[in-house]
Design a protein around this ligand. Structure first.
Ligand code: FCX
Length: 437
C-alpha cells in the first residue's frame, strides 16, 4: 500500500509539466475583464487564483476533483462500522485527485493517529488561556504555536532547493491535520468540561473518531458519523473563500503551514464566514424563545422580516458564489431525514420550516443575490441536538475541517513553485483617471 507521500511523488512531475505547458502556451490568454466593480465589490467573480482540488459551480455547488457530494458519498471510504465519508479519504482525494483504496485510507488514518500527540508547550499554552477567550482565538493560537517544530521552517533555514519545499510543507500539513483534534478537544475540555480527562489517541481509529472520543462523546455513534460527514464536507470550497484564500496568501510568503493556517482560522472566525454556524443557532434559539415551539410559517416570516428590518443579515442564507441551495446543506438534511430522533427535535424542525419560508422572504427583500441556505443553516443545529450545546465552539469544528483543503493547496502551491501573491491595488483617484481616459 502506498503512503500519501509516495502517491504524491508519482503525481507531482505530471502536474508540474501541466503548469509549464500552460505557462508556455497560454500565459497571455484572457480569462475575463477586470471591472471597477471587482475592485470595490470584494473581487466577487474575478478569476484570479489557481486552485486545483475543488470547483464551486453557482448552481450545482461543490465538486471535489470533479466528484459531486453524492458521488463522494458513494465512492469514498467510510469508517469500519460506519457509512459516512471520513476525513482521511477526503484528504487523499483532495491531495491526489484520486479516490483512495480502503487500504490507503486506513494507512493514512494510522499515520495521522501516530502524529496526533501535542507537544507539551502547546498543551501548557492552551491550559493557561482564559476559558472565556473565544474558542476560535484559542484554536489559532494553538496552531500557530505548533510552528515551533515546523519541518518546513527548519529546512528553509538550512537552505533547501525550491523543488523540495513541498515535501516539508506536506510533512507539516500532515502533522497539523493530525494534531488539530487534540488542540480542538483540549479547548472544549478546558472551557466546558474542566477536570475531565482527555481520551488517548487510539491508533486504530480514524481522525474524527479520535476527535469525538477526546471531546467526550465517543459512545455516541450517530454524532460520530455526523461529524465525519460534516468534517469531510467542509474540507474544501474552492480557493477564493476567506479562510482558504488567507492560507494561500500567507503560505505564498513561505511562512510555514502552521502560521498560514492560523491566519486562515482567524478569517474563518468572522460572522460572515465560518462563525455563521454559531450565529444561526443563536438566531434560531432567539426565534424559539420569542415564538415558542409551535411555530407556523407566518411566525417565521414575521421573525425573518424583523431581522431584516433591523438591518441584520439572516445567518445561514446567501453566498458569495452559490445561487441555489448549498448541496452540503442538503446532505446534512438528508442525514437528519434518515434518523427519526433528529426529525423529532424542535430545533431541527425549525431549521426545516425556516427553509420553507426564508427564500421567498429574502427574494421579496430583494438584496441578496442568493436567497437560499448555505451549509451553516443546518450544521450547528444538529450538533445542538446531540448535546454539543456550546455554540461558541461550533466554528472550531469547521476549523478542524477546512485544514484539509487549505493545506492541500499549500502543498501544491509549493510543489508547483507558485510565487508570492501580490495583486495590484489602485486609489480612487487612480481609478477615476483610468476610467476617464
Ligand atoms: N440576509 C440579509 N441580507 C443579505 C444576506 C442575508 N442572508 N445575504 C446577503 N445579503 C445582502 C448583503 O448584505 C448585501 O447588502 P448591501 O448591499 O446592503 O451590502 C446584499 O445582500 C448583496 O450581497 P450578496 O452579493 O448577495 O452577498 P455577498 O457575496 O456580498 O455576501 C455572504 C455573501 C455569505 C457574506 C452573505 O450572503 C451573508 O452575509 N450571509 C449571512 C451570513 C452567512 O450565512 N455566512 C456564511 C457563508 C458561507 F457558507 C461560509 O462562508 O461559511
Amino acid at each position: 500500500t502506498k503512503t500519501i507521500k509516495e502517491a504524491l511523488d508519482e503525481i507531482v512531475p505530471a502536474k508540474r509539466a501541466q503548469l509549464q505547458a500552460l505557462k508556455a502556451e497560454h500565459s497571455q490568454a484572457v480569462l475575463g475583464d477586470v471591472k471597477v466593480e471587482h475592485l470595490i465589490g470584494g473581487m466577487r467573480g474575478l478569476k484570479s487564483m489557481l486552485w486545483d482540488a475543488s470547483v464551486l459551480d453557482p448552481n450545482e455547488g461543490i465538486r471535489f476533483h470533479g466528484l459531486s457530494i453524492p458521488e463522494c458519498q458513494s465512492q469514498l471510504t467510510a469508517a469500519p462500522g460506519g457509512k459516512e465519508i471520513i476525513a482521511e479519504s477526503m484528504l487523499w482525494l483532495l491531495l491526489t485527485g484520486k479516490v483512495p483504496t480502503e487500504a490507503e485510507t486506513r494507512q493514512l488514518s494510522q499515520e495521522l493517529a501516530e502524529r496526533g500527540q501535542l507537544p507539551k508547550h502547546v498543551e501548557k499554552l492552551l491550559d493557561e488561556l482564559p476559558t472565556t477567550l473565544h474558542p476560535m482565538t484559542q484554536l489559532g493560537m494553538g496552531v500557530a504555536a505548533l510552528n515551533h517544530d515546523s519541518a518546513f521552517q527548519a529546512a528553509y533555514e538550512r537552505g533547501i532547493k525550491k523543488t523540495e519545499y513541498w515535501t516539508y510543507a506536506l510533512e507539516d500539513s500532515l502533522d497539523l491535520i493530525a494534531k488539530l483534534p487534540a488542540i480542538a478537544a483540549r479547548i472544549y475540555r478546558n472551557a466546558y468540561r474542566p477536570g475531565t480527562p482527555l481520551a488517548d489517541i487510539n491508533k486504530d481509529l480514524d481522525l474524527v473518531g479520535n476527535y469525538v472520543n477526546m471531546l467526550g462523546f465517543g459512545d455516541n455513534h450517530s454524532l460520530t458519523e455526523y461529524l465525519r460527514l460534516y468534517i469531510a464536507l467542509h474540507g474544501d470550497h474552492e480557493g477564493g473563500n476567506a479562510s482558504a484564500h488567507t492560507a494561500h496568501l500567507i503560505g505564498s510568503t513561505l511562512a510555514d503551514p502552521f502560521l498560514a493556517y492560523a491566519g486562515a482560522l482567524y478569517a474563518l472566525a468572522g460572522p460572515l464566514h465560518g462563525l455563521a454556524n454559531q450565529e444561526v443557532l443563536r438566531w434560531q434559539l432567539n426565534m424559539r424563545k420569542e415564538l415558542g415551539d409551535n411555530l407556523t410559517h407566518d411566525h417565521i416570516k414575521e421573525f425573518l422580516w424583523k431581522t431584516l428590518k433591523s438591518g441584520q443579515v439572516v445567518p445561514g442564507y446567501g453566498h458569495g458564489v452559490l445561487r441555489k441551495s448549498d448541496p452540503r446543506f442538503t446532505a446534512l438534511l438528508q442525514f437528519c431525514d434518515t434518523r427519526p430522533e433528529l426529525l423529532a427535535d424542535p430545533v431541527i424542525q425549525m431549521v426545516k420550516k425556516t427553509y420553507e419560508v426564508a427564500p421567498a422572504v429574502l427574494k421579496e427583500h430583494g438584496k441578496t443575490k442568493n436567497p437560499y441556505p448555505n451549509v451553516d443553516a443546518a450544521s450547528g443545529c444538529v450538533l445542538y441536538h446531540y448535546g454539543l450545546k456550546e455554540f461558541k465552539y461550533y466554528t472550531v469544528i469547521f476549523g478542524v475541517s477546512r485544514a484539509l483543503g487549505a493545506l492541500t493547496q499549500i502543498v501544491w502551491a509549493r510543489a508547483l513553485g507558485l510565487p508570492i501573491e501580490r495583486p495590484k491595488s489602485l486609489s480612487m483617484d487612480a481609478i477615476e483617471k483610468l476610467v476617464k481616459q
